[in-house]
Design a protein around this ligand. Structure first.
Ligand code: P6P
Length: 330
């Protein structure tokens, strides 16, 4: 029996049929992101063969060294979205100007935030990296988008997803109708449905944290790490959030990046890293918090604001929150 291939485009159109108010713009925007992902995947897979790996001698909004491939991915995504006609504004981790990029489409109803290539420190050592995106309906009614259009709670996202450039290239997305994963088949240039209706295991035995920072974590996070070690869990940490969260989504477990003494809000950005991944984790049946509060409820006040994050299997995130409350208090 031949296996029916469902492409990303077909799936997006089918999902749109379930959204009564859908008029096709969101579907078109998601397809444009899928196109950008294919092009970025082609360039990521060439890194090392062509002089696009390595540092670009530029810093981004978070003071990270920008890699050449970061800039290429950023430019590709901006170009695809700017010409899509479905979004009126774009915000990217790589754009240091603390204000969003306006597109020519002042009446388009969506805005997009993205981290074009997360895990960039892994690019030149051939470790998995990823693109993360979040889509909101604009809050302003018409005309040029405003910063306020971007400063929305994660719970108000209409869609979110990531692309993982690993042993294969996968796109995983949600429009709040569940989580579905697509694997790129380079022979036909299509993302094909490979992981339908992903559900995260209720618990797991893998904890994912940078243990090198142990002494700088709050006591509550230290206590949870000791709990994981004493429970015989396995520690896995790739250093690319998309890769660590993807493994957590598929196998179960918990990924966390707590605040530290020098960075009380941690390192990961709320708007274009934690919120989109938190929506996917929750849509798959998991939990995502800052240790105390639901990530998706955190008010957005700055484009590049950071938050501590604990996300994954519900039983494990709940245990972390319980120990944090016991040890650190409210
Ligand atoms: P650390 C990559 O630079 C990143 O932004 C995330 O993808 C990853 O989870 C984290 O930083 C790794 O940070 O401090 O553990 O090297």
């Amino acid at each position: 029996m031949t296996h029916k291939i469902i492409s990303l485009d077909e799936h997006i159109i089918q999902s749109q049929r379930n959204l009564p108010y859908a008029t096709g713009e969101l579907s078109s925007l998601l397809r444009d992101i899928g196109l950008a992902a294919k092009i970025v995947s082609r360039e990521v897979n060439k890194a090392g063969l062509v002089d696009i790996a390595g540092r670009a001698d530029v810093e981004n909004s978070s003071g990270d060294d920008v890699q050449k491939l970061d800039m290429l991915a950023n430019d590709l995504l901006i170009s695809c979205l700017r010409n899509s006609g479905e979004c009126c504004g774009i915000a990217s981790e790589e754009e240091d100007n603390f204000k969003p990029i306006k597109t020519p489409y002042k009446f388009a109803k969506y805005i997009v935030l993205f981290d074009p290539l997360d895990g960039s420190s892994n690019i030149d050592v051939n470790v998995s990296i990823g693109t993360i995106f979040a889509i909101y309906r604009r809050r302003s009614f018409e005309g040029e988008c405003t910063l306020d259009d971007f400063l929305q709670k994660g719970a108000d996202q209409v869609a979110a997803g990531y692309v993982l450039y690993g042993s294969s290239t996968m796109l995983v997305y949600t429009t709040k109708q569940g989580v579905n994963g697509f694997t790129l088949d380079p022979s036909i240039g299509e993302f094909c449905l490979s992981h339908e209706n992903i559900q995260i295991p209720k618990t797991g035995k893998i904890y994912s944290v940078n243990q090198a920072n142990f002494n700088n974590y709050p006591k509550g996070a230290q206590t949870y790490i000791m709990h994981c070690m004493n429970s015989g869990y396995t520690q896995r940490y790739i250093g690319s959030m998309v890769a660590d969260v993807h493994r957590t989504l598929i196998k179960g477990g918990i990924f966390f990046y707590p605040g530290t003494t020098s960075k009380p809000n941690g390192k990961l950005r709320l708007l274009y890293e934690c919120n989109p991944l938190a929506l996917l984790i929750e849509e798959a049946g998991g939990l995502a918090s800052d240790g105390k509060n639901r990530i998706l409820d955190i008010p957005a006040t700055k484009l590049h604001q950071k938050t501590p994050v604990f996300m994954g299997s519900p039983d494990m995130v709940h245990k972390a929150e319980t120990l944090i409350l016991e040890v650190d208090g409210v």
